[in-house]
Write a protein that binds this ligand. Structure first.
Ligand SMILES: C[S@@+](CC[C@H](N)C(=O)[O-])C[C@H]1O[C@@H](n2cnc3c(N)ncnc32)[C@H](O)[C@@H]1O
Length: 215
């Protein structure tokens, strides 16, 4: 894939672990089920092929779920601690993996270079989610797809109110995560057509997993 080489970063091997200190709160792995990715995460990646970019990839916990039909995976992750963790996981999978620095507003890959972009619990962290989705559109090949697994504001007003009350504290503890964001509406407003969508609850928060393509 055409990852911009000027943006490549070799992550330091910190030798630290998520179970220690406060890192687990600043860089959570909230959809892990023990040490195994959840079924929804496996579903998020099922059937992918070609060049795939995952943004805000975190510690690479999902790498083992990518199907062998994927030619190359580029993980964009701004946090050096998480890049180092992902590098350790990447060494154990057979698909080539590049791990690069980058922000959600300036993804370090060329236009029309990816068959799919994966967003997993990251659109909720984007301060300007429309700009992030514009970037996703830019780098998808024609007919490419956005795979998303995200927080989604509840349709139940009481639940939304409860989520809104805990959101400020949650957001501080969880790297800027906004669980009450209407992610599905943001995807549609950015000019994507939702092809599939499932809603489910995880850790008492509403989530969605689905596929969307630029219209
Ligand atoms: C809740 S974690 C999810 C990590 C991973 N995608 C997963 O599903 O486990 C949010 C991720 O978004 C990344 N992130 C937050 N703000 C970002 C930004 N402005 N640009 C790029 N990544 C960002 C964080 O570093 C973190 O890896």
């Amino acid at each position: 894939m055409a990852a911009r080489t000027g943006d490549l970063v070799e992550p330091p091997d910190t030798g630290r672990h998520f179970s220690q200190g406060m890192e687990q709160f600043h860089h959570p792995r909230p959809v892990c089920n023990g040490s195994e990715p959840t079924p929804q995460r496996r579903r998020l990646l099922a059937g992918l092929s070609g060049q795939v970019l995952e943004i805000g990839a975190g510690d690479g916990v999902k790498l083992s779920c990518y199907p062998s039909s994927v030619d190359e995976i580029v993980l964009v992750e701004p946090d050096p601690f998480l890049r180092a963790a992902a590098k350790n996981v990447a060494a154990r999978v057979s698909t080539p993996v590049q791990i690069v620095d980058g922000s959600l507003r300036h993804l370090p890959v060329e236009d029309a270079s990816c068959e799919a972009v994966v967003c997993s619990l990251v659109l909720c962290c984007a301060s300007r989610v429309h700009e992030t989705l514009e970037e996703v559109r830019r780098i998808l090949v024609p007919g490419g797809e956005l795979r998303f697994y995200e927080h989604q504001r509840s349709a139940n007003l009481v639940v939304t109110l409860a989520e809104s009350l805990v959101s400020p504290l949650w957001s501080r503890a969880a790297g800027g995560c906004r669980p009450t964001r209407d992610t599905v509406a943001a995807i549609q407003e950015a000019g994507f057509v939702i092809e599939s969508l499932d809603r489910f609850a995880f850790c008492h928060f509403n989530h969605v997993v689905g596929v969307a393509r630029p219209s």
